[in-house]
Design a protein around this ligand. Structure first.
Ligand SMILES: NC(=O)C1=CN([C@@H]2O[C@H](COP(=O)(O)OP(=O)(O)OC[C@H]3O[C@@H](n4cnc5c(N)ncnc54)[C@H](O)[C@@H]3O)[C@@H](O)[C@H]2O)C=CC1
Ligand SMILES: O=C([O-])CC(=O)C(=O)O
Length: 311
């Protein structure tokens, strides 16, 4: 199976590294606009083959989309990341043009690919890709919920002082500092609701830390994170290529689900070889429904800023 990743920067290269190391694909193509950069990253990753023990072919390309032809999954990480103090939404002006042209180039060369959108503001870029390419909605997946849920489980594990892999939990809603909805009511420690171990105040803090998880790292690093984002993309690509039918919160085009239409926003999805196999409509309580409606309003407002890019 062939995977193309556009943007060989922090997230794209980390994702390529994780996909290679996990032996998920037979070929990975890394594309970047910077002359020689993707080739350099691909060669560096290739030189870990014998020490890490994988045989995936890793190819780099400076904007030559012919090399991406026939990809099964394409991942878009091209664009700029935020700096400390910025929101993801502030990236829309530069990233919309980049994502749209990259998506069109990818589709021309891989007409059957599943698209995974990572560039921020991710829900808006997913909507832009969906509207620009005219593909069925199951083939356009925004990655944010995988990462936000992994941060949620990390903060829960720290609060509980228990292993992260013993914890289940999901974040739905927009992939923004104020639009994420960590579902604390449904989170569990090996099936036992976390509310049996953590106080209301502790759960509120876990949710707040999760929501600003990306901003916290941006403050510490001076640019946004890449290890957890790259690993999250690899996890999603694995679920697609290996038809795993895992339930993963992803940004997807809604047509009435969760009471929303004509936006891409994070909801639980079954992920398999066709991309979004199914949207899972879980029962939210009234407070969660209100949070989802508010998150959707904010995500919808951002889509209005896209009008000039959709022409
Ligand atoms: N959805 C999510 O959960 C996450 C999203 N992100 C977003 O992913 C994007 C990438 O972040 P980083 O990798 O940290 O940035 P980076 O700056 O390290 O890498 C971006 C790469 O894109 C390349 N690029 C720019 N325009 C291009 C074009 N037209 N064609 C091909 N390549 C192009 C740049 O040369 C650069 O190498 C940002 O928008 C960031 O906000 C980052 C982390 C998580
Ligand atoms: O925080 C950012 O800007 C990058 C991102 O989406 C994340 O790490 O969640």
């Amino acid at each position: 199976m062939k995977v193309t990743i556009v943007g060989a920067g922090n997230v794209g290269a980390t994702c390529a590294d994780a996909i290679a190391y996990r032996r998920i694909a037979s070929e990975i193509v890394l594309v970047d606009i910077r002359e020689g950069f993707a080739e350099g990253k691909a060669l560096d990753i290739t030189q870990t083959q014998t020490t890490l023990g994988f045989n995936t072919k890793v190819v780099g390309s400076t904007n030559d989309y012919a090399k991406t032809a026939g990809s099964d999954v394409v991942v878009i990480t091209s664009g700029i990341p935020r700096k400390p103090g910025m929101t993801r939404e502030e990236l829309i002006g530069i990233n919309a043009g980049i994502v749209k042209s990259v998506a069109e180039n990818l589709l021309q060369n891989s007409p059957n690919a599943i698209f995974v959108i990572v560039s921020n503001p991710m829900d808006t870029m997913t909507y832009l890709t969906y509207k620009s390419l005219g593909l069925p909605k199951n083939r356009i997946i925004g990655m944010g919920g995988t990462l936000d849920s992994s941060r949620f489980k990390t903060y829960l594990s720290l609060a509980l002082d228990k292993p992260a892999n013993d914890i289940q939990g999901m974040v739905i809603g927009g992939h923004g500092d104020t639009t994420m909805i960590p579902l604390t009511r449904l989170a569990s420690y090996n099936g036992v609701p976390v509310s049996q171990f953590l106080s209301e105040d502790e759960l509120t803090k876990v949710a707040a830390d999760t929501m600003v998880g990306g901003a916290t790292l941006t403050g510490l690093l001076g640019t946004s994170a890449w290890y957890a984002p790259g690993a999250s993309v690899a996890y999603l690509v694995d679920a697609i290529l290996n038809d795993q039918h895992k339930m993963i919160p992803c940004s997807v085009y809604l047509e009435g689900e969760y009471g929303q239409s004509d936006i891409c926003i994070g909801v639980p999805c079954i992920i398999g070889k066709n991309g979004i196999e199914k949207i899972v409509d879980i029962n939210l309580n009234e407070a969660e429904k209100a949070l989802f409606a508010k998150s959707a309003d904010a995500v919808r407002n951002m889509n209005n800023d896209l009008k000039s890019h959709l022409a």
